[in-house]
Design a protein around this ligand. Structure first.
Ligand SMILES: [Zn+2]
Ligand SMILES: [Zn+2]
Length: 152
């Protein structure tokens, strides 16, 4: 891997680390452009793929199937519960999944078993106030607004 590629990956990870939540490649690209980092969208995708392959990021898919990224904590990968309305995410306890996946590997003799678990729901803020009430309109915030939750 060239040092240029490493630099770009580092820049992507730096911006990603400043985000409070999952972001898409397009959102990251917009943030990098705003931060005056000259980088193409294709390079952002490639950097994210590298980071995914090396375990540097966790990945989920939004309702439209677009991949969203978040830096993986140092103590290993996490699973998240994501609100289908606003896109907010929170890590969930997944000890049981990890143990089950380990056991499947041990039982089958498979090595390097990987797993993907996606949990989505409707968060408290997005639920109707009463049983009869209409649920509030969903508002997955546009990239520009969501980007403001990212530290620059
Ligand atoms: Zn929500
Ligand atoms: Zn897991």
């Amino acid at each position: 891997m060239s040092s240029r590629r490493t630099r770009q990956r580092t820049a992507v990870l730096r911006v990603l680390t400043g985000c409070q939540d999952f972001v898409s490649a397009q959102e990251l690209h917009a943030l990098l452009t705003e931060a005056d980092v000259p980088i193409g969208l294709t390079t952002v995708y490639r950097a994210l793929r590298d980071l995914e392959a090396t375990g540097g990021v966790d990945v989920v898919r939004d309702e439209a199937g677009e991949r969203l990224y978040r830096p993986r904590p140092a103590d290993g990968h996490r699973h998240y519960l994501i609100c289908r309305c606003c896109g907010r995410s929170r890590p969930v306890d997944s000890e049981i999944v990890e143990r089950w996946a380990d056991r499947v590997g041990a039982d089958t003799g498979f090595a390097a078993v990987e797993h993907t678990v996606e949990l989505t729901g409707i968060c408290g803020d997005c639920q109707p106030a009463t049983d009869e009430g209409e649920p509030p309109p969903c508002h997955w915030e546009p990239a520009r607004d969501r980007a403001r939750s990212c530290a620059s």
